[in-house]
Design a protein around this ligand. Sequence first.
Ligand code: ADP
Length: 258
Amino acid sequence: MTNRIHYLPQRNEVEIFTHAAGNRLPVLLKGPTGCGKTRFVQHMAERLARPLITIACHDDLTAADLVGRHLIGPDGTYWQDGPLTRAVREGAICYLDEVVEARKDTTVVLHPLSDHRRELPLERTGELLPAHPDFMLVISYNPGYQNLMKGLKPSTRQRFVALAFDYPTPEREVVILCQETGIGKETATQLVALGNDLRRLKDRDLEEAASTRLLIYCALMIGSGVPAGDACRVCLAEALSDDADTLAAIDRLIGSYF
Ligand code: ADP
């Protein structure tokens, strides 16, 4: 089967994920935002021919948002499965993006699903739901976020096969930019070089590094006719900083390429 969702592997992550799926083990993807984690999961779901249910975690996400809740209809109350419960019943890959954003009590519902039990207790209905053999739990988190309080609890992270992601190597990132946007190799090479210069500014002046996603936005804008310098300014500089000195420094860097 040829994949429609293109993904250029960084290392052996496709093989590792395939083995984890075969062994019914959950997977943790860690790495900075915009480096290809979501695209990888989409690609793997297609490759393994399993449905994918993605949940973007945030600090208001409750256990009921994941598991389900009773609703009131014309004929009284009825139970409605949440996205996690649907994935458990149907044998889907459930991808919890940025799981550390979710409240701690939320991640606890994942525990019985992510060890040998592979079951989901639905407290509200009294049901103990065994996971479909094809159910797979995948979570992602960005270890770069400085908020120590938000680190993943050891009791949670120790249940997962962990795959570390980073920005693609320059050679790979050029290929990705060309494939994703149709931009020429020369411009892609310059954008990647600029992106890597900006990544070196991270920690010193920037909270977040220039992601592959931002480079792709930039390439798309250039491809549709925006002058390269302007595209870099709106897609990279302004997206990464509000600080006037930092913006001026980024501007000088952009000027040395375009
Ligand atoms: P994350 O989930 O890590 O925040 P994404 O998966 O959304 O990042 O990646 C952002 C974009 O970068 C994707 O939409 C895709 O266009 C591109 N991308 C990143 N890495 C790859 C890769 N290895 N192969 C193909 N496209 C990639």
